[in-house]
Write a protein that binds this ligand. Structure first.
Ligand code: GLN
Length: 447
């Protein structure tokens, strides 16, 4: 039923790059077999899920929405897709994204944009726009995305669904095609907070295949789902309510804060003055890591290869020229520049120091409050073409989500109403590292 629905919706929404019916039906048979044997079929038994196309699945093309990986079929499976299927989930397809997860609108996909199900003339956000739109349109019950600087929370906000970015290291990145390895983290899109808790339960935990994976015991997140906020301290980040914030978004977020107060939360203003440096810090660190990570696409080992060049070095150049889109090239150039001899100290090293200061702002805040709140994005979904020609205005779309990735802490976007145009607004809730329980409680009680 979901496969049919996903196929039908997709003629308009284009959330999927491909459907994977064989894989879904094989998983469904495995669930049936477990039930027949009297075994527990798992936490997500029979639940149709969609997977961002930067997560590897054996034998199924994983393109990262890039021409350079168009025909790449991974010989190995990502830990998260393995864990989902161990819990009985049915993977019905791979979803669209900005090429290599670089962007905030899904317009950077080499295979055409995804449309926002609420208004087909608008973007779904990005980079996990396909995963957000698939859940919003009812093409999947849940999906996975990746969030390097906001790519789960911002599209969740634009599409009116729940999006959760876990603590860095809680979910294994094994099999996630790397963009900026010290920032990338995988997480769920769902319709409800309870569903997000269930998917997180399935994918969280230590993985020896990811050296940055944390050796922690995963708590039962469902126990955190209580419906009041008595005794919970909530801080709203003063700096998020400044110039550039759409007044409809500000109103909805303040209303959400009042709902939390009614539920018993103690509300206070918190200042995080160094968040203002987040965007510039992120665009040094993320591009530097991307320039190194994307060096592997040289026409030799993966996907596309130029056949015209008569020697090795020109083959590298021509393959990359042809295979990468312009945003990816911009990032590789910026990162290569920031890392080059003579500039390293001035840019990369300096950015790492500022990153530590931003993390300190979070630690100071979480010494006072249990969760921080604010808007997820400064605006609701924008129209196609609005920001494509001006990268800086596109980058500003993530101004409230980026500091969190730099600090490695946890955050989610929860729907909190609509603007005057009827477009969904997202409410961001943030918690300290490994405090997903607190985050989910606050989100669940609010929802
Ligand atoms: N929009 C941000 C960027 O372009 C974040 C992307 C992401 O989180 N993958 O880098």
């Amino acid at each position: 039923q979901y496969l049919e629905r996903a196929e039908r919706l997709d003629t308009e929404v284009h959330a999927f790059l491909r459907l994977t019916p064989e894989r879904a039906l094989a998983a469904a048979e495995a669930v049936d077999a477990k039930i027949a044997r009297g075994e527990d079929p798992g936490l997500l038994a029979g639940v149709p899920v969609a997977i961002k196309d930067n997560l590897c699945m054996v034998g199924i093309p994983t393109t990262c929405a890039s021409k350079i990986l168009e025909n790449y079929r991974p010989p190995y499976e990502s830990t998260v897709t393995r864990l989902l299927e161990e819990q009985g989930a049915l993977i019905i397809g791979k979803t669209n994204l900005d090429e290599f997860a670089m962007g905030s609108s899904t317009e950077n996909s080499a295979f055409g944009p995804t449309r926002n199900p609420w208004d087909l003339g608008r973007v779904p956000g990005g980079s996990s726009g396909g995963s957000a739109a698939a859940v919003a349109a009812g093409g999947a019950v849940a999906s996975l995305g990746s969030d390097t600087g906001g790519s789960i929370r911002q599209p969740a906000s634009f599409c009116g669904v729940v999006g959760l970015k876990p603590t860095y290291g809680l979910v294994s990145r094994y099999g996630l095609v790397a963009f900026a390895s010290s920032l990338d983290q995988i997480g769920p899109f769902t319709r409800t907070v309870e569903d997000a808790a269930l998917v997180l339960q399935a994918i969280a935990g230590h993985d020896p295949l990811d050296s940055t994976s944390l050796a922690v015991n995963v708590p039962d997140y469902r126990q955190a789902l209580v419906s009041d906020l008595k005794g919970v301290k909530v801080g709203f980040v003063k700096e998020f309510f400044a110039e550039g914030l759409d007044p409809d978004v500000a109103d909805a977020v303040f209303e959400a804060i009042e709902v939390m107060r009614d539920l018993g939360a103690q509300i206070q203003e918190v200042s995080c003055p160094r968040f203002a440096r987040g965007l510039s810090t992120y665009y040094i660190i993320a591009t530097s890591e991307a320039s190194a990570n994307l060096a592997r696409y040289d026409g030799v080992k993966y996907g596309l290869r130029d056949r015209e060049a008569d020697a090795l070095v020109p083959m590298y150049g021509r393959t990359r020229e042809e295979g990468f889109g312009s945003e990816v090239k911009r990032r590789i150039m910026l990162g290569t520049y920031a890392l080059s001899a003579g500039y390293y100290d001035a840019y990369y090293l300096k950015a790492q120091k500022v990153r530590t200061l931003i993390k300190q702002d979070y630690l100071d805040a979480f010494a006072k409050v249990d969760v921080l709140v604010g808007p997820t994005a400064p605006t609701t979904a924008f129209a196609f073409g609005d920001k494509v020609s001006d990268p800086l205005s596109m980058y500003l779309s993530d101004i409230y989500t980026i500091p969190l990735n730099l600090a490695g802490v946890a955050g989610a976007s929860i729907p909190c109403g609509f603007d005057a145009k009827g477009l969904p607004i997202g409410f961001q809730i943030m918690a300290n590292a490994l405090e997903e329980g607190k985050l989910l409680r606050a989100a669940y009680a609010y929802e």
